[in-house]
Every structure is written in structure tokens, then in C-alpha cells.
Design a binder for this molecule. Sequence first.
Ligand code: HEM
Length: 397
Amino acid sequence: MTPKANEWSAVAQKRVLEKKTHVSFPQLKYPSLRDSGFKDPVQWLAGKVLDDGAEGLWRIHDKLYDLTSFIKKHPGGEEWLELTKGTDITEAFESHHLKPSTEKLLDKFYIKDAVTPRNSPFTFKEDGFYRTLKRLVYEELKRIPKDANKTSDRITDGLFIVLLCCSSLASWVTVYWLSVLWCVVAAVSLALLTVTCHNFIHRRTNWRMFLFNMSMWSYRFLSVFLRRGFFKAHYGWHDAIGFTLPFIMWLTSGAPFLHVVYTWMWINCTGSLLFFLIAVNAAHHHPDAIKDGDQPSTETPDWGEHQLEALLDRKDVNSNSFGVATLFGDHALHHMFPTLDHAVLKYLHPIFIEHCKLFEANYRVSTQFKMVVGQFEEVMRTRFQTSDERKIKSLRD
Ligand code: HEM
């Protein structure tokens, strides 16, 4: 029985303790492996293999496909399919392909129907919010300027060059305050570069996605250095690309190696802190953004509408291309269409807003300042929210 609004938080707290069902979606079982080992993407994927009913194949909606022969031919890159073998890839498949012809290609790989229901609450109805928006976006993309994505390329390349120059200067100069100045500029450009490269990591394999790893994070697994088998299986040379920065600093500055390492670590740690501050004050860390445990709008929401529930956009960030690229802007459209360049998204605003109005979707737009305040409110939050509470607050904003 669905709990009443005033009982939701207590019921959800009980589910958290019992660990029998998913908290927000009690029709789903408690995720396997959630509480064992590292809580990282590798563990999450292993848990999905146990729960998704894909029988060692790839599951899309309620059908199973054998994509083994397609892995090397996949235009988006091999990694996506290698990593997801044995899991339900419905959400990834739906959101990463706009061309209607891609779906037809699936028939070639069909093996059989799945025997268990999907272990996901999300729906993709033909006349639902997401699928209708996807069709509109596909048509709209034909009308936008062909070179729209050049803006992101220029911002990324510019930040990369600033990072290289300032890091080398920071090791080269011998005046303390000048060195600090170059270190600060390098750290800021490293943080902004890392965010900007996020624009490239959901797309077909491209060299700019590797620049994300200059931060010593990995665009695939943030736990990459902690996992066994670093150079085997899923781990590649690009996971270690961050080590090229101190090497370049050493070569160009001629400074003693230890001094370079020390300077590099300062830049890296400060850059990481700034990256964290940007990320945590962006779209999701606010009480009005749904989290596991909060009450969803329905037990089987449209996937796209649920994305909107999970974030708030910022009007001051969305108003300029540099802000969008370097501060996780236009996040709603980015969630729904991750393969599109961030610089393209502004052209989709008019149809997106109209579509939200038509479907009465819960799309919220806030400001950067309110997101910073909301981030502290989120940290202090002690109860789970009902969907009505989320809606009422969003109207007040
Ligand atoms: C885990 C699931 C998958 C992910 C994350 C994924 C990701 C991607 C990405 C990032 C692209 C490049 C998109 C672009 O540049 O616009 C792409 C393209 C493509 N993928 Fe996938 N893919 C997945 C599964 C599949 C499957 C199952 C098929 C078909 C059997 C498929 C067929 C294609 C085709 C045909 C393209 C080229 C589409 C185009 O040019 O518009 N993908 N995919």
C-alpha cells in the first residue's frame, strides 16, 4: 500500500534499515553488492549483472541481445559494450542514440525475451515525455549551425594550453609569490578543464575525453588506482595520463625533479578541491533534487521526467557558453542528451521549455547562489521528501 504523504519519511527510514527493497521504489529488490567491497562503478556493474536478468547477454527493455560481434564495430567505441555485458543497458541505449535507425539495428542481435521484469522503474513510452522530446530534438538538430560545437573545443583547448604553460612557469620561476600566482592559475585551469572535458566523456571515443584524466581522476572509474589489475582488463594507458603533466613541467622548466613533483601536487590538490566545489554546488546537491529515499512522482516515472526531478538548472550559468562548459551548465538537457555538445544545448531551449510546459514536467531553474545555500541545506537534511514537497518548493522559487 502506498504510504500517506505525512508517513513517507518514516516508512522510507524503515526500508533503509530493513534493506529488503529499494527505498524510493519498493517494487524493486535491494540492490545486490550495495554494501560489500568498494562502493564504486565496478562494484555497481557487478551488482547489476546479478539483478538485471540479462543472462550474460545485453538487455534492452524486455529483450536480450548478443552484441559480442558488434563490440568492435560499435561507432560509439568498444568500451561501452565491453563494460556493460550481462546488464540492462536500456537507459544508456535510449539516451545515447538519437537516430531512429539505431533501434532497427538491434533486430540483428536479438536472441530471446527476458524472463524477469526489468530491474528499473523507468519507462520510455512512445508518447511519453522523453521519447517525444527525443524526436523533436532530432529534428531541431538539423536546423542548428553546423559549427556550433567549435565553442567547446576552443574553450577546452584554451584551458589545456593555459594549464601546461602556467604549470611549467610555476616550476620555473624562483620568486616565491610569482610561483604561487602561476600555481593558482594552473589549479583553476585544471579544475575548469576537468569540468569542461566532462562534455566529451559521454561521446564516441575522442582525444579530449582523455584530458579529463589530467586531474588524476579517470573518466571511467574514479577508483581506478585502488582497483587490482590496473593495467589489465578495463584499465588503459589513458588512466595514467595525469602523470604527463609533471613530466612536461620537468622537461620545460629544467627545475629539480622533487621541486616539480611538489609543485605539481600543489596544483593537483588545489585543482581537485576547486573541481569538488564546482561539482557539489552545481545541479544535484539541493533538497529539491530527488535522492534515493525521497518519494518519486510515481512508481514508474518517465525516464526523462525523472532526470528533471533529480536536478536544478541555474539561469546565471546557462546564460553564457563559458559558464555552461566550465560549471556543469545546461544540466537538464545534458542528462537527457549526453552525446550532444554543451554548446549545442542552448539551441534546444525553446523546444525543451515548450515541451516541459506541455507535459507539466517539474523542471526547476534556480541561481548559483541559491544552489550554494541549498547545498548546505541538503547536508543538514534529516528526512526524506515527498514528491509534493519538491513541487511546492519549486513553485516558490
Ligand atoms: C551501453 C550501451 C551503449 C552506449 C552507452 C552507447 C554509446 C554510444 C555513443 C556515445 C555513440 C556516439 C554517439 C554520437 O556521437 O552521436 C554511439 C553511437 C552509435 N551506437 Fe551506441 N551505445 C550503446 C549501445 C549500442 C547498441 C546496443 C547499438 C546497436 C546494436 C548501438 C549502435 C550505435 C550506432 C549505430 C551508433 C552511431 C549512431 C549515429 O551515428 O548517430 N549502440 N553509441
